[in-house]
Design a protein around this ligand. Structure first.
Ligand code: FES
Ligand code: FE
Length: 363
């Protein structure tokens, strides 16, 4: 799938930038190939709009904010938070050119980040209660571009078999190559996968988990939210919660912005945020090294023969199926360089029977 060629993907919320960055002034971002500018409006709200002035196409992100307006750096035309042109300095008696506007997009601040939907959203930004729960702290971890398809990071996040190989330097145990299959339950626009995984407990994690055992068990509840958002709730035997939220916000067909933060129910004195970030940094670098070498044109058609599958791929196969169903429901076919897609219909992405019997409910 060539991510930017599927218009329905514009109908989801994506976290695009930490709020703190936008506090510094207008910022550019490219979402699904669309160049946008994010800026703070004087009333405390935030605006997202096309990063192109209708006069001579200058980037508004190179301009500045004047109260409740953003000013183009080229000739000073000014736009309000809805994108309407409200001032043209060369024509001071006018209130802008009637009907001149920059396309604006939905923009909301949640979890310390600005979220943008380019078209009418099909689902809401998830509500995670830990954000307002005084028993939890939020630690902002990563904000960086990865040169891989956003889908690759999503399927990786639900792929228990990669852990003991890719993460053999941190928490994987290469002597235990065949982890149990998760149980999976679907919901509208996503699913939940549950697993119990025995993993290695290295020196840094012993500190972070307040646990000296050589191995520990991760009780994981991993939620996938179509198309490129996941929440991984890891509960350790001590009752410690480490809840990682990762978005692979789509930039282009071959690139995504990784936005990651976590919630913890311990305190800084027990496990410094810097140590928690340091461990997750190593883990994500291990994934990144592999994923940036994968094909960004992920074939969604599971029977195409372009990629071969094994039982532990089940969550990724279900993702393919649900994406194909989403495309079909919106009259789209998969855009890919690998094969010619057939007309949309909702059954084309069936998970083959041998991989569908591992506890998928409601599918
Ligand atoms: Fe923006 Fe001229 S290009 S005011
Ligand atoms: Fe991984």
């Amino acid at each position: 799938m060539l991510t930017t060629r599927q218009p329905v993907l514009r109908r989801f919320w994506y976290p695009v930038m930490p709020v703190a960055l936008v506090e510094q002034g207008p910022q550019p971002f490219t979402l699904l190939g669309e160049r946008i500018v994010l800026w703070k409006v004087a009333d405390g709200g935030y605006a997202a709009m096309a990063d192109r002035c209708p006069h001579r196409s200058a980037a508004l992100s190179k301009g500045w904010v004047d109260g409740d307006k953003i000013v183009c750096p080229y000739h000073g035309w000014a736009y309000d938070g809805a994108g309407a042109c409200v001032r043209i300095p060369q024509r001071p008696d006018s209130n802008g050119l009637r009907g001149t506007a920059v396309k604006s997009f939905r923009c909301e601040a949640r979890y310390g980040h600005l979220w943008v939907a380019l078209d009418e959203p099909l689902s809401a930004i998830p509500d995670w209660s830990e954000e307002k729960d005084p028993g939890y702290r939020r630690i902002d971890q990563f904000y960086e571009r990865w040169n891989c398809a956003p889908f690759r990071l999503m399927e990786n996040s639900f792929d228990n078999a990669h852990i003991h190989f890719v993460h053999r330097g941190t928490f994987g145990d290469i002597n235990d190559p065949n982890p149990p299959l998760p149980t999976i339950e679907r919901f509208d626009y996503g699913f939940v996968a549950r697993s119990d995984l025995r993993v290695y407990n290295n020196a840094l994690q012993k500190k972070n988990l307040h646990d000296d055992s050589p191995f520990t068990v991760r009780h994981t509840t991993a939620s996938w939210y179509l198309p490129f958002l996941r929440r991984l709730h890891i509960r350790y035997p001590s009752g410690l919660d480490h809840i990682i939220v990762t978005a692979a916000t789509p930039i282009a067909d071959d690139a995504c912005q990784v936005v990651q933060f976590c919630f913890r129910n311990d305190i800084e004195q027990q496990a410094p945020a810097a140590d928690i970030i340091a461990f997750d940094r190593k883990v994500t670098e291990e994934d990144r090294a592999i994923l940036q070498g994968t094909d960004f044109d992920v074939p969604l058609d599971m029977n195409s023969g372009v990629e071969r599958h094994m039982p532990s791929d089940q969550p990724g196969l279900l993702m393919r199926r649900m994406l194909l169903d989403l495309l079909a429901a919106h009259g789209e076919t998969e855009h890919t360089r690998h094969y010619v897609s057939s007309p949309p219909h909702a059954t084309r992405g069936e998970v083959s029977a041998s991989y569908a019997d591992g506890g998928v409910k409601g599918s």
